[in-house]
Structures are given as C-alpha cells and as structure tokens.
Design a protein around this ligand. Structure first.
Ligand SMILES: C[S@@+](CC[C@H](N)C(=O)[O-])C[C@H]1O[C@@H](n2cnc3c(N)ncnc32)[C@H](O)[C@@H]1O
Length: 270
C-alpha cells in the first residue's frame, strides 16, 4: 500500500502537471494503473517509481505516468447529439457567413471525436454543395500515445464498431491488413498537436467551434474556471462550445450562454 505521504505527493504531481484531481483514498487505483509501468521500468514497488519521478527529470517517465493515470475512453459520435447539432444548427448558420470555420477538439484522445466531426463536415458538404467554406479541425491532447494512434488513422475491429454505423464504416474507411484506415479526405481536414490544457492556448488562434468534452470532470473547480476562461478567449462572440453530457459550465464562467434545443444543449460565446 502506498503510504499517505507518497500518495499526497503523487496527487500534487498529477494536479500540477495535468490538472487531474485524484481525491481521497485512491491508492488502489494508483497501484493498479501504474502496475504495467513498474514491470517496464523495472521498479519493484510503486514507491520506487514515485521516488524516481521525484528525482529524475526524465520526460519519458513523467509522460508515461500521466498517460497511465488519465482516462482515454472515447468513441465515434459520442453522445450523438453534438454532431447532429453541428449538422442541423451550427454549420448552416456559420456557412451562411461565407468565412472559413476553425474547429478545436481539445482532449481528442485517439481521434474519434475530431474524425467524427470531419465526417459530419463531409456529409454536410455533400448535401450542401453550393455552400462550401473551408473547414479545418485542430485536435489536441496531452498524451503522445493517443496522438500517435490518432495520427495513424488506423483502428482495430473492436474500436471501429463503437458508435459507427455500417454505412459510415463503409463510406469513410478502407480495410487494411492491420486494421481499418480512415480515408484521406476525412483525415486531411484534421491536424493533431500535443497540448496540455494547463498551458496557454493563445498561440492556437481563434475558433468558431470548440469541443472540450469528458476531460474537465476530473479537474478542480479552480482549474476548470481557468480552462473555460482560456477557451472563451480563443472564441469570438457567437462561437459554439460543446462540453460532455454531464458537464456544466455556468458555475465556472459567465462567458457562455446555454442554448437548449430539441437535440440537446450547447453553449454560445456571449
Ligand atoms: C476521456 S478522454 C475524452 C476524449 C473525447 N473528448 C471524448 O469525449 O470522447 C479524455 C482525454 O483527455 C486527455 N487529457 C487529460 N488531461 C489533459 C490535459 N491536462 N490536457 C490535455 N488533454 C488532457 C487524456 O489524455 C484523454 O485523451
């Protein structure tokens, strides 16, 4: 069992470097999530790994520990309604302005979220050929591991079925010996970049649409406030923000108003 002092120190390390709040008495979770790294880096106990983390400036160990502790769970068209709202409300409104649309998928995990957005763009363009505007998607995450998978655009038989209809699988993927590869026209709209949400976003520029879903649930109130304010600064009035189905933004910033529609809710930059 990890002792109280080591646990407190490890909790601080995670909160400082990636915002993740462990909470009380999650020693079991820490031990189980780090167990594979112990073997790989030849540490006898979790305490030895924590000691190495404290001593060494090895960025590989640090980033592998963060990878092991964060949750990468995702799926295609997760929750479905944000993607329907894009198609039915947001794209028609923004495309009418005849200006390029920049979309940011913050905390994109292995790519299902930004590629799902790109598929919706493709479907919308096919059905509205006279209203085309350039659309680009920036997809960021803290984890090198998930970004490598996302950039490859190749998914195994199990992950390809989670949230994708047979029709979309057929239309947007090609079958390869090593899995299912997303087609080039969907992939080329998306650019992946490593970004820690704890850092500044100013260099990213402005976005018309931001997806920041199912990541801040694990963060402290102060950190959420800081991140939502940071996101708001990267958007002009009228821009749209999508958060996770169980996440509320109102208590952290007043930069957004809630728009409730029959499909679900989204936030609009005031
Ligand atoms: C549960 S996944 C959500 C993926 C996707 N947005 C969705 O809703 O399906 C959370 C992602 O957040 C990333 N993450 C965690 N802390 C982060 C941070 N401080 N900065 C950027 N990404 C972070 C993790 O690496 C993980 O890929």
């Amino acid at each position: 069992m990890i002792d109280a002092q080591d646990y407190a120190e490890f909790s601080r390390f995670l909160a400082d470097c990636c915002g993740l709040v462990l909470g009380e008495n999650r020693q079991y979770l820490v031990s189980s999530r780090l167990s594979r790294l112990l073997d790989e880096f030849a540490f006898a106990k979790v305490e030895d790994l924590l000691r190495a983390l404290r001593r060494s400036a090895d960025p590989t160990l640090k980033s592998r520990v963060i990878d092991a502790m964060t949750t990468n769970e995702t799926s295609w068209f997760r929750d479905n309604y944000p993607f329907e709202m894009l198609r039915q409300i947001v794209f028609p409104e923004l495309a009418a302005k005849q200006k390029p649309i920049r979309i940011w998928s913050a905390a994109c995990s292995s790519g299902q979220e930004p590629y799902s957005i790109s598929m919706i763009v493709n479907e919308w363009e096919t059905s509205h050929p006279s209203k085309l505007v350039p659309v680009s998607i920036l997809a960021t995450d803290l984890s090198e591991g998930v970004l490598a998978q996302a950039r490859s655009g190749i998914y195994d038989g199990l992950s390809i079925v989670r949230g994708l209809s047979a029709e979309r699988r057929q239309r947007f993927f090609e079958t390869m010996p090593n899995g299912h590869r997303i087609k080039a026209d969907i992939q080329q709209r998306v650019r992946f970049q490593k970004l820690n949400l704890m850092d500044s976003y100013t260099a990213l520029g402005k976005f018309e649409i931001v997806f920041c879903r199912n990541v801040l649930i694990y963060f402290s109130t102060d950190t959420k406030r800081r991140i939502f304010d940071g996101i708001a600064r990267q958007m002009d009035p009228g821009g749209y923000l999508f958060v996770g189905a169980s996440e509320a933004v109102g208590s952290y910033t007043d930069a957004f108003e809630i728009l409730r529609t029959p499909q679900g809710s989204m936030l609009r930059r005031r």
